[in-house]
Design a protein around this ligand. Structure first.
Ligand code: XIL
Length: 380
């Protein structure tokens, strides 16, 4: 690792003074270059006009993802109208700073507008709404967004291996198109196999259909299935693995799996995460770590403990190292980058926070150093 004496610190590295007497020479995006890894973060358009936010973002990352700006409630506020103003601001920023853009997310059970969730639609109507949404949003950003989280968090936490109840799953018929039925028929050799596949097909049919529609709207975009709490080997990741394998075998257009990586209680089973990345990439799909943060308990003055900051640095370093050890793990993204703006505060009712690599004043934390050292030593 190269270090630059404090005296010669350039303006661009001055934000990292929090680290002490020596200043790291490379930003995260510079450190990631040697391993062809994308290093990204979720962003909020309202903050792009804040100089420290914008300069840190541009200096440190080569990829970004709208945190909320492309969710249904923002981008599709009325049945007949789309609002791309927030998403477009982010796309402009990315273009000016040579950053790639991940799109998040086309199909989810949260942050949907009331006009969608409170009215009862028939399956045919819902399918038409969903197809129009996907094709309009993906079409608007065709050639600009290189990878999409097509479907987010479709599997259930409480009933491992099954799909969660959502407006999309609970409306049978969205995905039972001729395409889906025909590709299942092709594989079914006897009646019992046929009925098993048909049952799974009718449950997961909407997911498959969404991947097909997205691919039609932008054939160049990489299409991801994104999920929470499936980073390790567990029943949920087993079910996703079976789905992805089935999609690949039947030619459903899927290119990758996103593991969110919201780490709680400073606990990450890195060996299991690594084994999971290995089995997914062996299917021929890419893995992106899409929403990493490592939440810490906070004291009454909203500060984390010093020893927890060191443990947090280890978690960032170990997980980045695990990703880098698999050629098919091609991106690491944090869910925001400064503790000033992180969903963990409201999500944990302010009992946790300090989850990101930069503190509230944009100073680099030990977590930043953990991440950067993994990127520097993980050349491949
Ligand atoms: C969160 C955002 O960070 C918040 O701003 C919003 O209020 C709620 O959603 N998994 C996901 C993300 O896939 O979209 C969520 O983002 C965090 C959990």
């Amino acid at each position: 690792m190269k270090w630059r004496a404090l005296l010669f610190v350039s303006a661009t590295t001055a934000f990292c003074l929090g680290l002490g007497a020596a200043i790291p020479e490379q930003s995260l995006r510079e450190a990631a270059q040697g391993s062809a890894l994308l290093i990204g973060t979720a962003v909020r358009p309202a903050q792009l006009s804040e100089p420290a936010y914008a300069s840190t973002l541009a200096r440190e990352f080569n990829m970004l993802e709208p945190e909320d700006a492309l969710k249904w409630e923002v981008v599709h506020p009325e049945p007949q109208s789309f609002d791309f103003s927030q998403g477009d601001q982010i796309v402009d920023f990315a273009a000016r700073h040579d950053m790639k853009i991940r799109g998040h997310t086309l199909v989810w059970h949260r942050q949907n507008p009331k006009w969608l969730t409170e009215k009862k639609y028939t399956s045919a109507e819902l399918a038409e709404i969903l197809e129009k949404h996907i094709k309009t949003v993906v079409g608007h950003y065709r050639g600009k967004i290189f990878a999409w989280d097509v479907v987010n968090e479709a599997f259930d936490e409480l009933h491992p291996g099954t799909l969660r109840s959502t407006i999309w799953r609970d409306q049978p018929g969205i995905g039972t198109t001729e395409d889906t039925a025909a590709s299942y028929e092709l594989r079914a050799t006897d009646n019992s196999v046929r009925s098993k596949l048909a049952a799974r097909g009718s449950q997961q049919g909407y997911i498959e259909q969404c991947f097909r529609w997205t691919h039609q709207a932008d054939p160049q975009a990489l299409l991801f299935y994104n999920e929470a709490e499936a980073e390790v080997l567990n029943p949920k990741s087993d079910a996703i693995y079976a789905m992805v394998r089935d999609f690949r075998q039947r030619g459903v257009p899927i290119d990758g799996v996103g593991f969110q990586m919201h780490v709680a209680n400073l606990h990450a089973d890195v060996a299991s995460i690594s084994a999971n990345i290995k089995r997914f990439t062996a299917l021929g799909v890419q893995v992106h770590i899409t929403e990493m943060d490592v939440a810490l308990p906070l004291d009454a003055s909203a500060n984390p403990r010093a020893e927890d900051l060191q443990k947090q640095a280890d978690v960032y370093r170990q997980i980045a190292t695990a990703c880098l050890s698999h050629p098919g793990c091609t991106a690491i993204q944090t869910w925001g980058f400064t503790d000033k703006y992180s969903w963990i505060g409201s999500h944990s009712k302010q009992t946790q926070g300090a989850a990101l690599p930069f503190d509230r004043n944009y100073r680099c934390k030990p977590a930043y150093e953990g991440l950067r050292s993994a990127l520097e030593s993980g050349r491949r």
